[in-house]
Design a protein around this ligand. Structure first.
Ligand code: ADE
Length: 229
């Protein structure tokens, strides 16, 4: 049986998926709570990380250690950097960089993990292709590069390097942390993000209004993957 750990940062990001996977068993493990269920022939773990790189990294490390998934899938929302993206569109994250990791003064590139030469982390092609085969009439799907950092980005934080230097398409707060930890464990992963805002002056308002409405788009794509795998 294939084992897939599915993570969201906030309850809204998982709630449309949970009821579709059937009955689940709740598990408490130290500071972690998650639910385990069987869907078709797949063993699923559903977990909330909370917001930010530290919480995401901590949860992914824990799940890698004790549950040993074959795949990680993260589902949630993101702010758009790419002007082609509209709210409600779905971004399949193919590449991940920590935009707030900066040791320029020591000669490292922005986002580079010091002394490792690693900077861009790559999602699993197999899962990306499966995600891409999901179409609906309500929104567009893109493949894109996701930038991750411990900031909610509004217009005053957006710097030219987001798009010029790092070539980011969308920005969020967990993806590159999951990408880093999963890659260290050689566990293939996928991150699916629906656009909730444009990381601009209206980002906070759009995020609050649209999060509960659009997060389900990513959930439907995850469900499609579970049905196809
Ligand atoms: N997630 C959704 N919108 C975001 C933004 N503007 N900045 C960071 N993370 C986000």
């Amino acid at each position: 049986q294939v084992r897939i750990a599915i993570i969201g940062a906030l309850p809204e990001e998982l709630e449309k998926l949970k009821p579709q996977l059937g009955s689940a068993k709740s598990i408490n493990h130290g500071p972690f709570q998650y639910e385990e269920c069987s869907y078709k022939n797949i063993n699923c773990l559903l977990a909330l990380s909370g917001i930010g790189k530290v919480q995401a990294a901590m949860l992914v490390q824990h799940i890698a250690d004790i549950w040993k998934p074959d795949y990680f899938i993260f589902t949630g929302v993101a702010g758009a950097l790419n002007e082609e993206y509209d709210t409600g569109d779905v971004v399949i994250g193919t590449e991940f960089i920590q935009h707030d990791l900066e040791l320029n003064a020591l000669g490292f590139e922005r986002g580079e993990i010091p002394y490792t030469k690693e900077k861009v982390f790559h999602a699993c092609d197999f899962l990306c292709n499966m995600a891409e085969s999901f179409h609906t009439e309500n929104h567009k799907t893109f493949k894109g590069r996701i930038l991750t950092g411990d900031q909610f980005i509004t217009h005053e934080h957006v710097k030219p390097y987001f798009t010029e230097e790092l070539a980011g398409d969308a920005v969020e707060m967990e993806g590159a942390a999951l990408a880093f930890v999963a890659s260290r464990h050689k566990i293939p992963f996928l991150v699916i993000r629906t656009i909730s805002d444009r990381a601009d002056g209206n980002a906070a308002c759009d995020f609050n209004t649209l999060l509960p409405l659009v997060a389900e788009n990513s959930c439907y794509m995850v469900k499609h993957i579970l049905d196809s795998i």
